[in-house]
Design a protein. Structure first.
Length: 161
């Protein structure tokens, strides 16, 4: 579900934060990191709330007094946390709330919420539809907006709206 995580994490973050200078490419990267675990057949540390919060705290502490560093790396934990929403990990309390629900689950292969092929195809098609809407919403017809997104991850069209 590559498009599902990439597109929806970017669009959701853009609509919520409305920050034209956030690197939305890093939001997408953060949302894909937990998918690596899923493709290996399990949900583990990257699917826990504590991991996303720990990365957020780390970014804020390492960038203390250096706002540019915070602004540059803040999208990664935003993407990590958006994955938990888009993957419905929040419905699996043993994983989502680890270690508060027991430490023994971490590191074991766990049963995960299975998405059937029709559901995956439907979600990917929905992501394509949302991407087409976002293309217009973020005015990617304009070459300078496309270029800003490709080079810097910025959505300049958010400044106007």
């Amino acid at each position: 579900m590559f498009l599902w995580f990439c597109v929806l994490s970017i669009v959701g973050t853009a609509l919520i934060f409305r920050s034209p200078f956030l690197d939305y490419r890093l939001v997408a990267l953060g949302s894909l990191l937990p998918a690596v675990e899923t493709t290996l057949g399990f949900k583990w540390l990257l699917h826990t709330l504590i991991f996303g919060v720990a990365v957020l705290v780390m970014v804020m502490l390492l960038g203390k007094g250096r706002r540019k560093i915070q602004r540059k790396f803040l999208p990664v934990p935003i993407g990590l946390l958006s994955h938990l929403v888009l993957d419905a990990t929040w419905t699996e309390k043993e994983i989502f709330w680890w270690p508060f629900t027991g430490r023994e689950i971490l590191g074991n292969r766990v049963s995960r919420l299975e998405f059937s092929l029709p559901v995956v195809v439907t979600l990917e098609l929905l992501a394509i539809i949302i991407a087409l809407w976002a293309w217009r919403k973020f005015d990617f017809r304009n070459s300078s907006n496309r270029s800003a997104f490709i080079k810097y991850g910025h959505l300049y069209s958010l400044r106007i709206n």
